[in-house]
Ligand binder design. Sequence first.
Ligand code: SF4
Length: 307
Amino acid sequence: MSGKPAGTLILTVTRACNLRCTYCPTAKDGWPSLKPADAVRAVELFAQRYGGGDIKMFGGEPLLVPKVVRAAMEAARDEPRIRRVYLSTNGLGLNTDWLQFIAQFPKAILTISMDGAPEDHRRMRVAMHGRVPDAYDHIVSLMPELLATPRVVITQTVPPETAHNAGRNFDHLRALGFHRFNLLPGYYIAWNADQVANLKAGFGEIAERYETAWERGERLYLRNLFTWAPTPFFNTGLVVDSDRTIHPSNIGLSGTLDDTRNATVVGNLDNPPTVHNVHTLCITSHNPQIMRDKYKRRTVIGADFCH
Ligand code: SF4
C-alpha cells in the first residue's frame, strides 16, 4: 500500500550512550535496542506504506549498535523512495571505515554533535564512568579524514550553561575547518531568562558570521535555517523507538516525559498505524497540546533535533 510521503522516519536505533551529557534528557537505562531486522522492517515500512522521504538515525548513540545502523543504511541505499539518511553521532564510534562508508553512500549525511571549544565540550559531554575516550580529542584526531568526507554537518549543541559562549564556540568549530552547521539549543530542559538572552545574543553573533561569510562568497551553511516543526524542540514524522513502538513525534525520548510517551504510541513494527493516523497526528495540535499541558509555566523555545 502506498500513500502520501510521511516525510521523515526517525529511527531511535538505541537509547544507550557512552556519554552522559549534562543536558541530555534521553532516558537510557533499561531500554532495549533495535535489531538489524527491526531497522530493515522500519525502512521498508516507511518506503512502502508511508511513501518514504528522509531517515534520521538517532539515539542514544547509534554507533553503539553498528550492525543496526548498517542494516538500515543498506536497506535505504537502493530504495528510490528514500531521499537522504542522516546519521547523528557523538563521534566516539567514528573511524576510517565509517568515514569511507559514508563517503561512498551518496544519500548519507553525517551529523556530529559538538559543543565547541574543548573546555565547553568536556565540561558538558561527560564520559560515562571515565571509561570512554575524550570525545573532543577523538573527533579532532580524525580531522583530515572528516574534512575529506562529503556531507558532514556539525550539530552545535548549546546548553543553557554555555549559551554565553555560543558565538565563540561557533568560531572554534569553524576554525577546525567545518562549514556545515546545525544549531541545537538544549531541549526538554528549563532555560531561565538570562540564559535565553545569552542564547539570543549568541545567535546574533552567529548570524553576523553568516552574513559576512556569504558577502565574501565563503562556504558556510546552516542546515536548520528553514526548519519548522509544529511542536517546538521535537521531531515529527514516523518515529520508531528502540522498543519497536511507533509514535508521531519523539517527545517520549525524554525521561521526564514518560507519561506523554504513552499518550503518543500509535502502533509498533508488527502492527503499524495507518497512513492517515501518522499524518493526522504529525500535523495536528496533538503534540503541542501535550507540551502546553506539561510545560504550562515554563519557557519554551524552538529547535530542530538533538542527538
Ligand atoms: S546528548 Fe547524545 S551523546 Fe550526549 S548523552 Fe545524550 S544521547 Fe549521548
